[in-house]
Design a binder for this molecule. Structure first.
Ligand SMILES: Cc1ncc(C[n+]2csc(CCOP(=O)(O)OP(=O)(O)O)c2C)c(N)n1
Length: 636
């Protein structure tokens, strides 16, 4: 059937049996493809019927769907213009794992971070009205993404504007891990619909039996207000109704017919409406239904057994952090740990089991996580906040205004810093050095390997100021991790490879770039080009002495970082040279002023000039060049 869907409008012509068959076919297609490419399997399996029903009722040539996070949009991609390219999902040059406006006219809004859909859909609706475009705009948001504050800012605004915004709440009771928070509990109460419906019916019949005519006006109004209060408390969706939305649901999100009927009704309304849909994360594939967290985002796996392909690699940075935070907590009673809906991803899951009273999962709420931490720090605790670098972008002002301005002790552990690979530009953590380095009181550290991560972590939690440690996604370097903690000379870089005599170049490598820099030095040595290698360790405070010393010890300076060049470590080194009146050739390698696409980490590092071979080639090209003005970019 899928072959016949040339335009999304074909889905409107299908009868219910055909729609069900189509959904089955799509589910198999997603399963077989993602088992090869990896990707967000469980979220996308959960929305197959929902997407088919939306395509059936709405006109995708005119109406717009805004997906939240966008990790559940595989059916949307397959039914629009990407079925033939679906096998290239998340590969270099292939289609993105998220909706992307530049990829398809059917992708109404680009996404990757959570809780944006209601704001964006409302914005589209307003633009369409002003542009005299008559259409429907539908935001599809998960119960996890709904925990993000921006969702509520948008609901609050939409309720006031009273425009015909359609919000589909895709409730599967899961975020990546189990969803958390009072809102999640509220939604699970609605899940118990039969009891609620019965309670509501009982109450209504009780109210009807009150002999209102016989009891004066005062009692009547009291009875009415009680009726209203109790009714809104017990009726499913009272919270959304209080915000100005018509609430419809819950609807079975795997029953296409039920959704068809609901969406057809919703289409006729002319006010904000929320359709509450229940789905099962991982629907239709037993291993994913049983372990929706494991199959939320997954690598290659065997469809028959559900076994995920494992490569033999050194332990990940995440697992080293996981161990370090537990070991620290055992001796430091003031240590508490916070994450924003990522206990597994950041490595805090075991901590949460060992120290439940000292662990806080705040939901997808990075801003709140940071100000909460600031409050805890002001109250005498030492909070460890574990976030992915890309999601910490959300908390910039909280870091600046709530944490750093008051110089509160906090250790911010930024996982997935640098290029993350297949998730692409929405997820690369390549801005943190720039958005952290300029904040007063902040220290910014980057370990060269897993052992240094542990050492840095222990040093950070002992200090009385805000400190960020950023480390990359995936396997470490294989370094031996020492249990014993050695003192870390604060603000000092480490000269790890030194040529006796004047070197041809000095490479200042930040964190993950140390190993490639050492490899580049080896490549160059075989060509009789001699290089010093410095492990930067501290992007802030900056080790100016080391930079000045190397400006005398080497003919060429080169900085290397998995961060945007603007405002990164290379900028800091350049500022240092200028401030000290040193004129020395400095080449900065990093991400230049553009967003980097998706692909494997190795492909992207090569693309950005950060592989050992490309670092070596850049040095070789430049050591004999006469100083002068060249407008050619050096990194690609
Ligand atoms: C700002 C931000 N923080 C964290 C994440 C990581 N993340 C991706 S999906 C997800 C859970 C989303 O849950 P839900 O919206 O219920 O969708 P489901 O996966 O259950 O379908 C999280 C925490 C993100 N994408 N954006």
């Amino acid at each position: 059937m899928l072959e016949n869907i040339i335009s999304p409008l074909e889905v409107q012509k299908l009868n219910i049996n055909e729609l069900n068959d189509l959904a089955d076919e799509i589910r198999k297609f997603i399963l077989s493809t993602v088992s090869e490419t990896g990707g967000h399997l469980a979220p996308s399996l959960g929305t197959v019927e929902l997407t088919v029903a939306l395509f059936n009722v709405f006109n995708l040539e005119n109406d717009q769907i805004v997906w939240d996070v966008g990790h559940q949009s595989y059916t949307h991609k397959i039914l629009t213009d990407r079925r033939n390219r679906f096998k290239t999902l998340r590969t270099f040059g292939g289609i993105s794992g998220f909706p992307k406006r530049s990829e398809s006219k059917y992708d109404a809004f680009g996404v990757g971070h959570a809780s944006t859909s209601i704001s964006a859909a409302l914005g589209l609706l307003i633009a369409n009205e002003i542009n005299n475009r008559k259409n429907k705009v539908i935001a599809v948001i998960g119960d996890g993404a709904l925990t993000g504050g921006e969702s509520f800012e948008a609901l609050n605004h939409a309720g006031q504007l009273k425009k015909n915004l359609i919000v589909v709440l895709n409730d599967n009771a899961m975020s990546i891990d189990k969803n958390v928070g009072a809102l999640s509990e509220y939604l699970s109460q609605i899940r118990l619909t039969p009891r609620y419906r019965q309670a509501k019916r009982d109450f209504e019949s009780f109210v009807k039996r009150i002999p209102i005519a016989s009891i004066g006006d005062k009692i009547l109004s009291t009875a009415n207000s009680i009726k209203y209060g109790v009714k809104s408390a017990i009726s499913a969706g009272g919270l959304f109704e209080a915000l100005g939305f018509v609430y419809i649901g819950p609807v079975d999100g795997h029953d296409i017919k039920a959704m068809q009927e609901t969406f057809a009704r919703v289409k006729e309304l002319n006010e904000p409406v929320i359709v509450h849909v229940h789905t099962v994360k991982g629907k239709g594939y037993a291993p994913a239904e049983d372990s929706p967290d494991k199959f939320h985002g997954v690598g290659r796996f065997d469809v028959a057994t559900g076994e995920v392909e494992k490569k033999l690699t050194p332990p990940t940075y995440t697992s080293i952090f996981s161990r370090a935070v537990i070991d620290c907590a055992k001796v430091n009673e003031k240590l508490v740990a916070i994450t924003a809906a990522m206990p597994s991803g950041t490595g805090l899951k075991t901590f949460s089991e060992m120290f439940p009273e000292r662990f806080f999962d705040v939901g997808i709420a990075e801003e709140h996580a940071l100000t909460l931490a600031a409050g805890m720090a002001a109250g005498g605790l030492h909070p460890v906040v574990a976030l992915y670098s890309t999601f910490a972008q959300r908390g910039y002002d909280q870091l600046l205004h709530d944490v750093c301005l008051q110089n509160l002790p906090l250790t911010l552990c930024l996982d997935r810093a640098g290029l993350v690979g297949e998730d692409g530009p929405t997820h690369h953590g390549v801005f943190d050095l720039s958005y952290l380095r300029h904040i007063p009181n902040m220290s910014v550290l980057a370990p060269k390997d897993e052992n240094e991560l542990r050492q840095m972590f222990f040093a950070a939690v002992e200090r009385e100021s805000p400190i960020a440690i950023r480390y990359p996604r995936g396997a470490g370097t294989g370094a031996t991790v020492l249990k014993k903690v050695a003192p870390l000379p604060w603000g000092k870089s480490e000269l790890i490879s030194k040529f006796n005599g004047e070197a041809d170049a000095a490479i200042f490598a930040v964190g993950s770039m140390v190993v490639p820099a050492l490899k580049a030095a080896d490549i160059l040595k075989s060509k009789r080009i001699y290089v010093n290698v410095i492990n930067v360790r501290f992007v802030k405070p900056l080790d100016e002495e080391m930079i000045i010393e190397q400006s005398k010890a080497a003919r060429l300076l080169l900085t290397c970082e998995e961060n945007v060049l603007i405002g990164g470590y290379g900028s800091a080194a350049a500022e240092c040279l200028i401030d000290h009146g040193i004129t020395k050739k400095l080449i900065r390698l990093g991400i230049d002023d553009r967003f980097v696409e998706h692909g494997s980490r190795a492909e992207l590092l090569e693309l950005c000039g950060l592989s050992p071979e490309r670092i070596a080639a850049t040095i070789e090209e430049n050591i004999n060049k006469k100083p002068g003005i060249s407008l050619k970019k050096n990194s690609r």
